[in-house]
Design a protein around this ligand. Structure first.
Ligand SMILES: [Zn+2]
Length: 294
């Protein structure tokens, strides 16, 4: 199939968090730029969502991890191993580069040990190269630059030094998208995302009794961003579209609460992400819900 060189599309594969719910799978984002495709984080269900899009894992150029919290990586073994199987949704036959923070090498060296029996048995049928992992541990700066796609990692603030965490900015054909990863309000993100076309940002909200939600918020806002704080981020970054993903909702808080809270600080274009929301970045920046053809 001929590729569209102008394609620059971000698809939210999963917009959820640790709660094991069906409507929001774990955090994972697909970025398509020209002929290349990248997955950022691999939460629960990433493989199913990719399959819903009709994209075989063989087509994925590489993976990027923002940090190592389990809700961002538990879907990885599924993508990696199911994606190796020689069926239409898999068929990977070349090694997979995986960029991520310190700890990525350890994870990518040990996963093949954990699945050694499966790999040994299936390698009679499928090429061993297709299950090889090529981990690259990153620091802040340009981490990928090929065929017109540049990926820049920037440090964010999620549990401070206890857990290295990055956001990513993807530049392609004069346009850009930035992904926050998991972070509390962060000046470095604002600097790196400056003027981006699309900013996909995490968010947390709590409601319930005043005391309860104040205590919850104090705890989680040390590591995550409230809608009021995100509103300030968006106002300063001025993206052509801001989209929430990785919704961490506590108490009785719902996705509907996010927009009014953000509007206290931000009046620009804003959408609350759902799984399989697709955003095309071009002359305009447009979001629409992907629907499977049945
Ligand atoms: Zn996290």
């Amino acid at each position: 199939m001929p590729r569209d060189p102008n394609l620059f599309r971000v698809t939210l594969l999963g917009t959820g968090a640790p709660p094991p719910v069906l409507d929001r799978f774990g955090p994972s984002t697909l970025v398509e730029a020209g002929s290349q495709k990248f997955i950022f984080d691999a939460g629960r269900g990433a493989m199913q969502r990719l399959h819903q899009l009709g994209i075989p894992f063989a087509d994925i150029t590489g993976m990027f991890l923002t940090h190592h919290h389990s809700d961002h990586v538990v879907g990885f073994p599924d993508l990696w191993l199911t994606g190796w199987i020689g069926r239409p949704w898999g068929r990977r036959n070349v090694p997979l580069p995986v960029w991520g923070p310190k700890g990525t090498k350890q994870m990518m060296e040990h996963l093949p040990l954990a699945f050694a029996v499966d790999i040994r048995v299936r390698s009679h049928n499928y090429p061993l190269d297709g299950v090889k992992l090529l981990p690259v541990e990153i620091t802040e700066g340009v981490v990928f630059d090929r065929d017109g796609v540049k990926v820049t990692a920037f440090e964010v603030d999620h549990f401070a030094e206890q857990l290295p965490a990055y956001g990513y900015r993807i530049d392609y054909a004069g346009r850009s998208a930035a992904l926050s990863g998991d972070t509390t309000f962060n000046e470095n993100l604002i600097a790196h995302a400056q003027g981006t076309d699309l900013l996909v940002h995490e968010v947390t909200a709590a409601s319930g009794s005043a005391a309860e939600s104040a205590a919850q918020l104090k705890r989680i806002s040390a590591n995550h961003t409230t809608p009021e704080q995100a509103g300030e981020v968006f106002t300063r970054v001025k993206p052509r579209l801001a989209v929430y993903n990785h919704l961490l909702l506590f108490g009785g808080a719902t996705a509907e609460d996010l927009i009014p809270a953000t509007r206290k600080k931000y009046s620009g274009p804003l959408a609350v992400g759902q799984d399989l929301l697709q955003i095309d970045i071009g002359e305009s920046v447009e979001a629409r819900q992907f629907r499977e053809e049945k």
